[in-house]
Design a protein around this ligand. Structure first.
Ligand code: SF4
Length: 310
């Protein structure tokens, strides 16, 4: 959960996830839809699918015990070099290096390694240093310590060097140029795309949702039907869905940002009487839906409440 996501965002999701799936067995035996529903809102859904696949593999091929060798761990879905290192170190106390975002920042400052995160030479050098520093004893403590150092002291903006236990030998502290490490990647502007989300709803308080393909954006989650954001495309899509469907309102568009682009979403609220297939009750929705879909559903819910109060 913490890959690409900060602790403050993750805490509630983690606690709810662990309540629902307290053991590997329960996760392995769960339906993928339910796993995604418990991940919905966190983004990067391939992490949830990989976690689920890995739980199933460990359950069926390793008698439910997480393997303790690098070669077996790295072969599991969603486990890369650093995660394998973290499992070996933290769970099995083996001498195994890690290089997550916090450790990268600490090492690049401590040694004044020039480069940015997309630079392969820079990463190669950081891995070399990570291996160099990894102790042969008490490895779990070391790994936790360097991660915590990056998370709490050697923070991205204004590191707390006066409180840092390794400040005496830190080169960036010596040269007082901590802010230069790691280098900032030259910012590229993300392209923008626009889509209309067709929120068909019937008079039973249900919305029409479709399951997205496993691969691609929001893979495996449930979303509204969508089309290009222009009148002709919207009119064609509506009539194709249901001849009796009618636009109730077109809400102001809002922006949802992905790593590689910004998506402008226009919610089109449509009454669609008479159809029931793939319609789901808003109040009892147990499906995994991405954050923008959740937002539109709550807009729809408040519109329905306003109408029923009038
Ligand atoms: S002295 Fe400052 S820059 Fe160096 S590792 Fe510690 S917190 Fe980071």
């Amino acid at each position: 959960m913490l890959q690409q996501t900060q602790v403050a965002t993750v805490v509630d999701y983690f606690n709810n996830f662990i309540i629902r799936f307290p053991t590997l067995t329960e996760l392995a035996n769960a339906d993928e839809g339910e796993v995604l529903a418990n991940w919905a809102g966190l983004g990067y859904y391939s992490r949830a699918r990989n976690l689920h696949k890995t739980a199933k593999i460990i359950f069926s091929e390793y008698q439910g015990i997480v393997p303790n060798s690098y070669s077996e761990l790295i072969a599991l879905p969603g486990i890369g070099e650093s995660t394998a290192g973290a499992i070996l170190s933290l769970a099995y106390n083996q001498s195994s290096p890690i290089l997550d975002g916090n450790v990268k920042r600490v090492l690049s400052r401590y040694h004044r390694v020039v480069g940015h995160y997309n630079d392969s030479k820079f990463l190669k050098e950081l891995w070399r240093l990570a291996k160099y520093h990894t102790p042969s004893k008490q490895n779990a403590k070391y790994t936790q310590a360097i991660m915590d150092l990056g998370a709490t002291i050697c923070v991205p903006q204004k590191p707390h060097c006066s409180e840092c236990p390794v400040s005496r030998n830190c080169k960036a502290n010596l040269y007082k140029d901590q802010a230069s490490f790691p280098q900032k990647n030259t910012k590229t502007t993300r392209p923008e795309k626009s889509l209309a989300f067709l929120a068909y709803h019937n008079d039973k308080g249900e919305v029409y949702l479709v399951k997205r393909p496993d691969k691609g954006v929001w893979g495996g989650l449930w979303s509204f039907a969508e089309c290009e954001d222009n009148e002709a495309a919207i009119a064609t899509a509506i009539k194709k869905h249901n001849l009796k469907a009618n636009i109730v309102s077109s809400l102001p568009k809002f922006k949802h940002s992905f790593t590689h682009y910004h998506l402008w979403i226009r919610p089109i609220i449509i009454s669609s009487p008479g159809l029931e297939k793939n319609y789901h009750n808003i109040k009892k929705l147990a499906l995994g839906v991405p954050a923008p879909v959740k937002k539109i559903i709550s807009m729809l819910d408040s519109l329905n409440s306003t109408e029923s109060n009038e």
